[in-house]
Ligand binder design. Structure first.
Ligand code: AMP
Ligand code: MG
Length: 498
């Protein structure tokens, strides 16, 4: 390939993970690629990260985004981690195809990792080739940025480049690299990696690093690690409730895919559901529905149990007391999640006051949606436009449902409940429109965008990304994108893309 690893500047790195001892990572440069080509750059995100987007799209910038050049101040590394995959313990996973270039401080002095996903072999590659194909890179770009626009904590996409190389899977596919931004890439599996080796010193170092980075204020507490566990439980509960609120199914909630920051990570076989069905599963590898839509909260709780188990010695020196404390905290998850989910539903229904029957009201609507296979996103969006009183525009909403009597009864319950609100119809409407998106990355559209891109036509992909960056806005010119798939367009399965 003959590409030399030149030094270059323009990023202002401020690396902290590399200061941890060497067992946490392997110093690893990306492997150069043949012919890098930029396919999309996130200008706004670059600016937020204080990186000149014009530099990034220059030849030198593209070389950095493809791993052909190492920017000055970058100290590339691959992180070590373990994890439970579909409930099965794997003692060593790690960044098998990702290289972290370093960390930068954004305009608000918030720290972010910059990682190249698909950057070549690392000591953690196991049987893999260290590379990524174009289609999952584009998928992650679309969906992670859509999640950001939907106000859901997430890793983000700064850029996608093609490599000019072929990646061998079941067939030969074009290779690509995603530049992923995360407030950190530390996972529950990172803790498990050291705990499984009984390396308590490293577990503590990692916990202190995480607290310093993500849980400010914990240091002053009598036991910062109990606080860390408590707060992580809160963040995960809140995150999952937000996923459910937009019909998102992650698909691979393995412990190595759950972050300590509380951000969504690893956009593999994830998908948004069209018609509401609580048992929806898309992932081709999730044979038993372990990560189905309505299992996600219980799985998050299970993962939190794994996290607690890996920090037990930090909770209390006495194992029995430690287990007792951890169990009590984990058991709080159910109520916490119930509250978080109720509050998401309340806002989707336009309710600001809190009444005990609100969860029932929301659940009743979901049941009707499930019975009549109603589109989740469109139902809530259309509901937002209804008036507080019965009105002829009700028919636009009612037509989504087969059981007219049931939905009319539900609407009248909803309106009775709206009467208890302090806000008026207009304010309620705009509140609902800010919580119920119009545009989501529907599977059939994602596939269409990718299909076109694989034929080197990026117009659709670029347009789709733009549409999804304003999901709560009415976009009269893009009404087609509101439509659920036609029967022949329905996507039944999604794939991992490893
Ligand atoms: P994921 O399914 O993306 O969460 O990946 C699970 C594990 O497999 C992680 O350790 C990844 O680094 C590794 N992995 C996935 N794809 C590849 C690949 N193409 N080459 C090497 N390792 C990979
Ligand atoms: Mg992963």
């Amino acid at each position: 390939m003959g590409v030399t690893l030149n030094q270059s500047s323009n990023f202002t790195f401020n690396n902290s993970y590399i200061k941890l001892p060497s067992q946490f990572y392997f110093r690893q440069n990306p492997t150069p690629v043949r012919k890098p080509n930029l396919v999309r750059l996130n200008y706004k995100l670059a600016e937020q990260l204080r990186i000149d987007p014009n530099f990034l799209r220059s030849q030198e910038g593209i070389e950095i985004l493809s791993g052909n050049r190492i920017a000055t101040g970058s100290d590339p590394l691959s992180m070590a981690y373990a994890g439970h995959q579909f409930g099965t313990w794997v003692p060593q996973l790690g960044d098998g195809r990702a290289v972290m270039l370093g960390e930068v401080l954004d305009k608000n002095n918030k720290r972010y990792d910059i990682q190249l996903k698909g950057a070549g072999l690392t000591p953690f590659s196991r049987m893999g080739d260290g590379r990524a194909c174009l289609w999952p890179v584009l998928r992650e770009y679309i969906i992670s940025e859509a999640m950001f626009a939907l106000n859901i904590p997430t890793t983000r996409a700064l850029a996608a480049v093609t490599t000019g190389e072929i990646v061998q899977r079941e067939e030969n596919l074009p290779g690509a690299i995603l530049t992923r931004i995360a407030s950190s890439h530390i996972r529950i599996g990172t803790f498990q990696y050291f705990a499984a080796k009984d390396d308590l010193k490293s577990v503590k170092q990692l916990a202190d690093h995480v607290i310093d980075r993500h849980y400010n204020g914990a240091e002053e507490l009598e036991n910062p690690y109990i606080y860390l566990l408590k707060e992580l439980i809160k963040r995960q509960s809140s995150l999952i409730s937000k996923w459910l609120g937009v019909g998102f199914i992650h698909g691979v909630m393995n412990t190595d895919n759950m972050t300590l920051s509380g951000e969504t990570i690893d956009y593999g076989p994830c998908a948004f559901m069209d018609n509401y069905n609580a048992n929806t599963v898309y992932s081709s590898i999730d044979q038993f529905g372990r990560y189905a839509y309505n299992n996600q909260a219980q799985i998050a709780k299970w993962n939190l149990g794994c996290f607690a188990a890996s920090i037990l010695p930090l909770i209390n020196k006495d194992t029995d007391s430690s287990i007792k404390i951890a169990k009590e905290l984990i058991e709080e998850f159910d109520d916490m999640f119930n509250e978080d989910w109720t509050s998401v539903l309340r806002s989707k229904l336009g309710l600001k006051e809190e009444y005990s029957k609100d969860l029932d009201l929301g659940s009743n609507l979901l049941q009707l949606m499930e019975k009549d296979s109603v589109d989740f996103t469109n139902a809530f969006r259309n509901l937002s436009f209804l008036s507080n009183e019965m009105n002829k525009s009700d028919k636009d909403f009612n037509k989504l449902f087969a059981d007219k009597l049931a939905i009319n009864n539900w609407l009248s319950d909803w309106r009775d409940r709206l009467n208890k609100e302090k806000i008026g119809s207009k304010e309620r409407k705009s509140f609902m429109l800010s919580r119920n998106p119009a545009y989501i990355p529907r599977n059939h559209r994602v596939e269409e965008a990718i299909k076109n891109a694989l034929n080197e036509d990026y117009d659709f992909f670029n347009k789709f990304c733009e549409i999804l960056s304003h999901p709560f806005e009415e976009q009269p010119l893009n009404k087609d994108y509101l439509n659920p798939p036609l029967p022949n367009e329905v996507v039944l399965q999604t794939f991992c893309g490893t």
